[in-house]
Design a binder for this molecule. Structure first.
Ligand SMILES: [Zn+2]
Length: 70
């Protein structure tokens, strides 16, 4: 069973060496594609791991739709 430690993190955590893999620092922006799963090599231990991406939505609000265009 997968530990919660590897689930829903801001950055993927390597299941081999437990290092946090920085998406920005390691230039892994393709991981932000939620439509498919990804296989990457850990930059720390060089083992391959599978990454499932989850999209997190954020919202900005305005009093009216016109304000968004300013
Ligand atoms: Zn690793």
């Amino acid at each position: 069973m997968t530990s919660f430690k590897y689930v829903m993190n801001d950055d993927p955590v390597c299941p081999h060496c437990n290092n946090e893999i920085s998406v920005g620092h390691e230039d892994l922006y393709h991981l932000y594609d939620e439509d498919e799963n990804h296989e990457i090599d850990c930059p720390y231990c060089k083992e391959s791991l599978a990454v499932e991406s989850h999209c997190k939505w954020t919202f900005s609000t305005y009093k009216s739709i016109e304000e968004i265009n300013y």
